[in-house]
Write a protein that binds this ligand. Structure first.
Ligand SMILES: [Fe+2]
Length: 372
């Protein structure tokens, strides 16, 4: 009875017709098509960028399967980009890092965000291509790790340029050394007593610098400076340089000008080291009694303090026009006596230690003839 009533009550309600999907307005369809076209265009652009990138790019999944490589990668390592897809990276492009803890996949799976290595990746023809390998994680839409992207930048061209530069630099360095030797010979021609003096001073000064622990570059600067340190004597008349008697005050003043003259000649040359300044200061003394500027202590460059000690030791050891050679013991006595007064104690100690240990000998490479 109750059921019948209900039927009655709803009897007037007409059954609903099945709904048809809303017809898509023509304008909406056009919009969708336009978006599809834009998407295709974006995809084509990305593909173009991927394939023609200057670097070789390889995408690998977490199971070490190669997903894609670009054209640059294929050309760089001599592989067919369609054949390697789906194959294990360690089989297709084995490198020294494969199956080691240094493998980019292993490290990125441990949480490293970016890796950069300098590697040599083998080409299919057996040659090795020097590359900078940059590896970064490839993440899915929720940030989960899907694989890695490896970017290989070919640096063989860069290495070639570096080699050429190094070669040019070495040639330039040899030319400069030749020029320095020539300048040294010019002054030695004028003053036979200086012949060999500069070279021997250079050898001792470099040995002291090495004993102190100076860098190779500083030592090169000291060698260059020492080789021409008496260049300014070109300005002094030969008869004064070789005068066997005591010099007059005026004559001595001329000799005392030689660091300044040397400086004036050298200051216009752009050496990689402060050669002109070192030459200018090589007669300065710790207590300010030197010349030409009367500099003292730390105001004198370390290179000049080293050159000063080497110069004194060599000069006392060698023959002079006004006296015979006094010998190495006399020379070491002089620097010991004036250690901390005229000469830098650290430099003196290094020099004494060299001779005491038998690690330096003026006669090792040549025998002095006549010296200043
Ligand atoms: Fe000098």
């Amino acid at each position: 009875m109750k059921r019948q009533k209900m039927i009655k009550e709803f009897a007037h309600v007409k059954p609903e017709k099945p709904r048809r999907p809303h017809p898509v307005p023509a304008s909406c369809g056009k919009e969708l098509k336009r978006k599809e076209e834009l998407l295709e265009l974006a995809h084509a652009e990305l593909e173009q960028i991927f394939q023609t990138a200057a670097d070789g790019i390889c995408i690998i999944d977490k199971e070490y399967n190669t997903l894609r490589v670009n054209q640059t990668f294929a050309s760089l390592f001599g592989v067919n980009k369609n054949e390697v897809n789906g194959r294990k990276c360690y089989d297709e492009f084995p490198g020294l890092l494969c199956r080691t803890d240094g493998c980019p996949m292993v490290r990125i799976r441990k949480g490293v965000e970016r890796l950069e290595y300098e590697v040599e990746k083998p080409h299919r023809d057996g040659t090795r291509i020097p590359c900078i390998l940059t590896a970064t994680p490839l993440r899915g839409p929720r940030g989960e790790l899907i694989g890695i992207v490896e970017d290989f930048r070919d640096i063989s061209g860069l290495n070639r340029v570096q080699d050429e530069l190094r070669h040019s630099f070495e040639k330039l360095q040899k030319t400069m050394e030749g020029m320095i030797q020539t300048v040294a010979l010019i002054i030695e021609q004028k003053d036979p007593y200086t012949a060999g003096h500069q070279k021997r001073v250079a050898n001792l000064a470099c040995a002291i610098a090495a004993e102190i622990g100076l860098t190779e570059d500083k030592i090169m600067g000291i060698r260059t400076s020492a080789t021409v340190h008496d260049l300014g004597k070109i300005h002094v008349p030969a008869e004064i340089l070789s005068k066997p008697e005591k010099l007059y005050k005026k004559e001595f003043a001329l000799i005392e000008d030689h660091p300044q003259i040397g400086y004036e000649i050298l200051k216009g040359i752009e050496f990689p080291w402060p050669v002109a300044q070192i030459v200018l200061q090589h007669h300065e003394r710790l207590d300010g009694s030197g010349y030409p500027q009367g500099l003292s202590a730390e105001d004198i460059m370390l290179e000049a303090r080293i050159l000063g000690v080497a110069d004194v030791v060599e000069a006392i050891t060698s023959h002079r026009p006004y006296r015979p050679a006094l010998g190495i013991n006399k020379a070491l006595e002089e620097i010991s006596k004036n250690r901390g007064i005229l000469y830098d104690p650290k430099v003196v100690d290094a020099c004494l230690s060299l001779f005491a240990g038998g690690r330096f000998d003026f006669e090792e490479n040549e025998s002095p003839v006549r010296d200043t």
